[in-house]
Design a protein around this ligand. Structure first.
Ligand SMILES: [Zn+2]
Length: 115
């Protein structure tokens, strides 16, 4: 079951700000990730809400190819992405953002049900 449409989620995640300044950390091995790093991101959204959260990033070595514990009541996604450095002119700083987002896995809000 597709909740929002994978293309929609890819669009939401593209340009998503991650990390602090010019670096982000792998959730698992704490490797520093920077511009150009290929990563896997975990994103979710609670049923009935519009807001997507991106709580976790993984480096390629810790690549996750499945959602281990699907959460009841949430839509969840795993996506491949690359990190890009985007200038924030107003803040005179740089932020890491997601680009080339490609959804790998999607789980609907019914626990344990995969597409
Ligand atoms: Zn890692």
């Amino acid at each position: 079951m597709t909740v929002a449409g994978i293309e929609t989620v890819e669009l939401i995640l593209t340009g998503w700000c991650v990390g602090v300044g010019e670096t982000a950390l792998c959730q698992r091995c704490k490797t520093t990730l920077g511009e150009g790093s290929a990563i896997t991101v975990y994103a979710y959204r609670r049923a009935g809400e519009q807001l997507v959260s991106v709580p976790r990033l993984y480096c390629r070595d810790c690549d996750r190819r499945s959602i281990e514990h699907p959460t009841c009541g949430c839509s969840e996604w795993l996506a491949e992405a690359r990190l890009a450095l985007t200038a924030d002119v107003a803040q005179q700083s740089h932020n890491l953002t997601l680009c080339n987002v490609e959804i790998l896995v999607e789980h609907g809000p019914e626990a344990g049900v995969s597409r």
